[in-house]
Design a protein around this ligand. Sequence first.
Ligand SMILES: [Zn+2]
Ligand SMILES: [Zn+2]
Length: 347
Amino acid sequence: MRAAVLFEVGKPLVVDTIELEAPRRGEVAVRIAATGVCHSDLHYIKGELPMSLPVVLGHEAAGVVDSVGEGVASVRPGDHVVLLFAPACGRCRYCDAGRPHLCEMRYRVRGKMPDGTTRLRWRGEEVHHFTCVSSWAEMAVVPEAGVLRISEEVPLTVAALLGCAVTTGVGAVVNTARVRPGSSVAVFGAGGVGTNVVQGARIAGAAMIIAVDLLEHRLESARRFGATHTVNAREEDPVRAIQGLTGGGADYAFEVIGRATAVRQAIDCLARGGVAVAVGIPPSREEYTVGGPAFVLHEKTLRACFYGSAHLRADIPRLIDLYQGGRLLLDELVTRSTGGTVCAAFS
Ligand SMILES: [Zn+2]
Ligand SMILES: [Zn+2]
């Protein structure tokens, strides 16, 4: 099959023919119909996060089941599926505690399938998987726990976005922060995930949703998804602007860029008792600071959010219901498509 392979950090991807082994026991082969380009992939391309090379990146995708290995019961060939980049084992302490997005399996796989081997080869050389997805390819072999069957009525371009950006963004609001109706919300970064934080806040009933970005076209887009106010951080100090708009600070602030400076701004723009949520994944070198006495005296909270703190098998069907009911905008998220097979969300 054809795949885009990262051989060297900082270099362009190489599109070449690579070998894909058939699915083994408990695995599923999926023909990729649509895959997003997410900022986390770019971190690995730039070398900002460690990664074993060569690797096929891509972690936000949907497709059609091509074949299944022995013992697979939840899907069969022809099923439409969303790929999940944090497959859950269902047996560890985190799965038992109802937090499958933190499952131990994710920490074990490290560029391999859960059994410690790879299904990808280039000229005989081992190629690594990425988060058990590796969707920048025509096909992927993934663990059964990494696919979720969805209705054929959901367009696969839209379904791909449920694999990362939408689930992370909306989940940060409704699962991690549990935003209450009527509250004020600031969102730093109006890219793919940030836009979904904005629409998550709208769905949660936030009264004021302030989107912050450096790019005017992203702020315009954020308004379409539910931002009531926008701040261009190139033109004004976002902390002061948010404090002004909210009359003293936001109840919640989400950092969706992955930069320590923006996390600090998210904390600083809060009202007393406010909650900041770090959603963007920072490069390895970045450290967060929370501020001095004000952090304690104003009783602020900094929380982290991974994959929308989502229970994917329960949350993705709910997100599809919201989409089909017209409340969650997904078609509008696709900014560019190529060849009808690949979609790029908010590059
Ligand atoms: Zn992503
Ligand atoms: Zn687990």
